[in-house]
Write a protein that binds this ligand. Structure first.
Ligand SMILES: Nc1ncnc2c1ncn2[C@@H]1O[C@H](COP(=O)(O)OP(=O)(O)OP(=O)(O)O)[C@@H](O)[C@H]1O
Length: 258
């Protein structure tokens, strides 16, 4: 058992942002959360992480409502990397990654095994060589990988990632997703790139206006009809050794050019 959502609802400003969402992953699966801007991916991740509380339905960890777990108990299991983790303070990368150890420290701040967990997290994300660099000297992509290292130092069994590839170059996009899917954790990963989702996710959940409009393996769920319906974009999908490859068509080919 792992982190699951049952009939989840979450409203803001009079709008149902997450509308009747049920997702029940198998332990160790990578679930891609897809959908256009404003479809509710980040909101769903925040509710799954226990940052925002649902207005209806439940988020359960091993079958138990996370509302009944303490924050510390939850943080020992579930780690999240949001979209906007900015800080300009004079802190080194290792200290950012060390923040992931807070749920594991005792009341005196002792954390046996913390240094090893930090080293492992830096190694897994390919960030060991940056450990002593000042945070403000890091590029956007390097910061993103360091935030993922911070989440891994938390030694979670469930990992929630909001667009983990959005600052990364192509090689680092492939690299970080390869590393994430090889971890023995259940991951929910919000992604905009449908081809990356097809390559790396065991299953995808496609949201539109907060509701699930398709789910299944990437091949099952990401059809040309679905992409046109949800994104308003025509696409041609081919098969490359069992992985869907999605090619988009230009929105309008008759636009006059200056
Ligand atoms: N705190 C809030 N107050 C009011 N509206 C909110 C709040 N949080 C989210 N929303 C609205 O809920 C909708 C879903 O937002 P969310 O950020 O979850 O979408 P998303 O799929 O992650 O979008 P994107 O791909 O642009 O990051 C949007 O219309 C957003 O404006």
């Amino acid at each position: 058992m792992t982190l699951s959502a049952k009939s989840l609802r979450w409203s803001r400003g009079g709008n149902l942002v997450v509308d009747d969402v049920t997702i029940e992953p198998v332990q160790g699966e990578t679930i891609g959360l897809l959908g256009p801007n404003g479809s509710g991916k980040s909101s769903l991740l925040r509710v799954l992480a226990g940052i925002d509380h649902p207005d209806g339905g439940t988020v359960a960890l091993d079958g138990r409502d996370i509302g009944s777990l303490g924050r510390r108990a939850l943080a020992r299991r579930v780690a999240m990397v949001g979209q906007h983790a900015h800080t300009e303070v004079d802190i080194r990368v290792r200290d950012v990654v060390r923040l992931g150890r807070i749920p594991h420290a005792d009341v005196f701040g002792r954390d046996d095994g913390g240094a090893d967990a930090i080293d492992r997290a830096l190694a897994v994300t390919g960030m060991a060589e940056f450990a002593d660099r000042l945070w403000r000297s890091m590029s956007g992509g390097e910061r993103q990988r360091a935030q993922i290292a911070r989440a891994l130092a938390q030694e979670p069994e469930e990992l929630l990632l909001d667009e983990p590839t959005n600052h990364l170059d192509i090689q680092h996009q492939l690299d970080i997703l390869e590393r994430i899917v090889s971890l023995p954790v259940t991951s929910y990963v919000a992604l905009h790139d449908l081809n990356l989702a097809a390559m790396f996710c065991d299953r995808v959940v496609v949201l539109s206006k907060g509701r699930i409009v398709a789910h299944g393996t990437p091949t099952e769920a990401l059809t040309a009809e679905l992409i046109e319906q949800v994104y308003g974009v025509r696409a041609t999908i081919t098969d490359d050794a069992g992985t869907s490859v999605i090619r988009y068509h230009r929105l309008c080919t008759s636009v006059a050019r200056p």
